[in-house]
Structure formats: C-alpha cells, structure tokens
Design a protein around this ligand. Structure first.
Ligand SMILES: [Cu+2]
Length: 456
C-alpha cells in the first residue's frame, strides 16, 4: 500500500516537473527571440545521424536474433508435405527479409542524405508513372507466384487421399481428443449427432444397435426425465400441479423430442445394417495416437461443440474442427519418434497434437500424445488390438493394457447401469422395486442381452 502511494506520488511530481521544464523552455526562447517552431541546423543534423544510428541498431538486432534462434526458428519438419510447406515458408521469408532490408535502408538512408541544408530548397516531385508501375507490378507478380505455389501445396494436402491411405478420425470436444482408426476394412463407421449418448455412444456412431437404443432411450429412456414417455405421463398426470411456465417448458421439450424421434425412425428405415461392420472394427484411442512412419494418413476432423483446431506442429498440419462438418487433411509422417529423439538429442521428446483455438477454460490442456512408430512396432501394436474370432473374422481385443479400447457398439441395456437413481434432481421419487420392474420391462422390450461391462 505504502509503495503504491509512493509510486503515485513520484508520477504526479514527475508530471509537474515536466510541465515546469516546458515553461522554462518557453520563457528562455522568448528571451532569445526564437520561435518555437524554428528548428536549428544543428538539431536537423543530429536527427539525421540518429536515423542512421537507429537503422544500424535495427538491422544489427535483427541479424543477432536470426543468428541466435536460427533464421526461421522452426526446427525440422517431420512429414513429407511439411518439407514442402517449409520450402514455401523459406521462400516467403527470403522475399520478406530482402524487402525489409531494402525499404528500411531507403527510408533511413534518405532521411540522412536529404537532411535540410541551408539555402537548398526542397525538390518538388509530385508524380512518376514509371515508378508507380514498378512498385505495383513487381509486388503483384511476386504475390501471384507465392499464391499459386501455396495453392498447389494446399490442394495436395486437402484432396481426398488415395486408397492406400489409412483413414483416421479426430473427434474433438471441450476439452479432449478421441482418435478413431478405420480398422481392418479401412472404412470409418458412419455417425450422426442425433445418436450422441454421453456414456454409451459419445462419438455418435451409427449402427443398428445405436439407432435402436437411441429410439428406446428417447421414448422410454430408463430414468430419462427428457424421455417422451416421462414428459407425456408427467404432463397428463392429474395429481401433478405445475405452474404454467414449467408446463410450457415441458411442452416445448416434448415437441422437440417428438421431432427428433421422427428423424430417428426415418434413420432406422434408411439404415442398411451391412454398414454396421464398418463401425464395429473401428479402434478408438483416447490417450496416444499411434502412427506408422512413411504411411499416408487421411485425417478427418470433427467437433462436437465449438470450433477447435487440430495442430500437429512437427508435421506442419493444422486444420479447424467445425461442428456439423468434416474437415480433412492428409499427410505422411516420415521421421519416427525414436529418430526425432536422436536428431533433437532429447530423450524426452514426443510429437504432440494440440488444440490451436481458444475453445474455453481448459483449452490449454487439450492435448494428445502422438507416437510415430517404425513399421514393425506399429504392426505389433495393431496385432495387439485385433484378434481373430472363431469364424476367422477380425474382432477387437481388449487385452492390451497400454491401449484403451472401446467398441464402437452400444446396447440399450448398458445405460441401465449408468443412470443411477437420484442423479437427476427432476426425478420423481421411485422405489427400488419400481426401478427393478421398469428395468425388466425395458429389457424385454429391447429384447437384447445385457452385455458385460468390459465392452466385449
Ligand atoms: Cu479446443
């Protein structure tokens, strides 16, 4: 408190002192009969020299920074197209640095050379067509070349990938990443946001089961206070007294649900259960993204909530994840994590995927480790994920401890385990036996086996 007061006092006194100094200067110029706007030749020459000194400092500082941090400050790229974008970036930097030195040398050099001299009038030079032409055409041509080269690289990275590329989906939400590999068939299972279920189907994958369970949940939803059944019975119950605002809210919710259920039934009608298998073999990774060196990847980006941005700095990849659409980027990592550790001389080095859009409070921790494995290690990992079942079909194996797997398949019955009594405050008091009865009824209706909780 005292220090703050002292600082304030010093500032106030400083301002007063400055005002007094100005006053002294004005009075002394009156005495010497000098007009304030008159600037002496000595002042002019001093300013010209200071311009040169500033230029030397500016250029010197710039060169020193480049020597200290490397002329681009980027480090090597770890992907094939990354080298191309780095080449483009270098080309841009060369042009920018050349122009920087040229224009600043002219600016400060002219200020020095054409300093006001006694008796020499200023040259009146209003216009020169040739000069105008040069500084319009030259930058236009340079820009066109840069843009054409850039577009070429952009197109090669965002075009659909070839058949041999592995499809991976990066699903983003506040505040984490989930990777989904297309699996043995190299086809990503389809998805629809209407099938999102926080516990059982966070990626909103579309299979016969997920559609059925979404319909059942929407209609009857075990302990789901937004289910159509719950809303209807509550609204029609003569024993429940509600104020009109609450009733209106419930009616709105009910009509929303009814619209959604119609869309779900349409989805069910159109759904071809042959595509279910595309989703079943998808591998879902939440901690580390494993990539194989020299393998092309097609990354498909999705967002559940707000705009995120997938940023792999070492691969020179960045793409916005936009709710409601899939964005794409293809790239081939060509330096494995082990190789990069040696290049950097850092045992702890790891590639990383970060969110590069300020997407909310915990944005800073929205990261995922990326490991680029050599082909052999990558195969070992893949073999740990899959095993063949009795019919010779590949199925997911849940044994690998280091890998977190979830099957892209959910059953209605599983959410009976996840929705606990009293979790929702809107819930009417229900006795344990009523709960059990409801559960049995629902299971009968779903006509599904209750799967074991480990997802197999
Ligand atoms: Cu984010």
């Amino acid at each position: 408190m005292v220090t703050k007061l002292v600082i304030l006092l010093v500032i106030v006194l400083g301002v007063v002192a400055l005002a007094q100094l100005m006053r002294v200067y004005e009075l002394s110029s009156k005495l010497t009969k000098k007009v304030e706007s008159d600037i002496s030749n000595r002042d002019n020459r001093f300013n010209a020299k200071m311009m040169m000194a500033f230029m030397v400092l500016l250029f010197g500082g710039f060169i020193w920074l480049m020597l200290k941090y490397g002329w681009t400050g980027r480090g090597i790229a770890a992907s094939v197209h990354g080298r191309e974008t780095d080449w483009l970036m270098d080309l841009n930097l060369i042009i920018i640095i050349a122009v920087f030195f040229l224009t600043n040398a002219l600016l400060f050099g002219f200020a020095y050379k054409y300093v006001k001299k006694p008796g020499v009038p200023a040259l009146y030079y209003p216009h020169n067509n040739k000069l105008e032409m040069i500084w319009t055409v030259v930058p236009a041509v340079v820009l066109a070349v840069i843009i054409i080269l850039g577009l070429r690289v952009w197109n090669t990275t965002t075009d659909p990938a070839g058949k041999e590329a592995i499809r991976v989906e990066l699903f983003s939400k506040q505040f984490d990443w989930t990777a989904r590999y297309s699996g043995m068939d190299n086809k990503l299972g389809r998805f629809d946001y209407k099938l999102t279920h926080e516990e059982n189907n966070p990626l909103a994958l579309m299979t016969t089961e997920t559609i059925d369970s979404a319909i059942l949940y929407m209609e009857d939803g075990y302990l789901n206070t937004k289910s159509i059944h719950y809303l209807e019975t509550t609204l029609n119950d003569p024993n429940i007294v509600m104020n009109s605002d609450d009733r209106d809210l419930m009616m709105v919710e009910l009509s929303r649900r009814e619209r959604l259920i119609r869309m779900l039934y349409q989805m069910k009608k159109r759904h071809d259960d042959k595509i279910d298998t595309n989703a079943y073999d998808d591998i879902i990774q939440t901690d580390t993204l494993y990539l194989c060196v020299d393998q092309e990847y097609e990354m498909n980006f999705r967002s559940k909530d707000v705009i995120h941005s997938a940023y792999f700095p070492h691969f020179r990849v960045q793409m916005n994840n936009v709710p409601g659409m899939t964005t794409r980027f293809k790239f081939t990592p060509d330096v494995s994590t082990e190789e990069m550790k040696k290049i950097k001389g850092d045992e702890n080095f790891n590639y990383i995927l970060m969110c590069n859009k300020i997407c909310g409070g915990a944005h800073y921790k929205m990261k995922m480790l990326v490991e680029v494995l050599d082909a052999k290690t990558y195969d070992e990992w893949m073999n740990g994920v899959y095993r063949k079942d009795g019919k010779g079909k590949y199925v997911l194996d849940n044994k690998g401890k280091k890998i977190l797997l979830k099957r892209g398949k959910v059953h209605e019955a599983t959410f009976a385990h996840t929705y606990k009594k009293g979790e929702n405050t809107l819930l009417p008091t229900t006795t344990q036996s009523e709960l059990e009865a409801l559960k049995v009824e629902l299971e009968k209706k779903a006509n599904l086996d209750i799967p074991s909780t480990d997802g197999n």
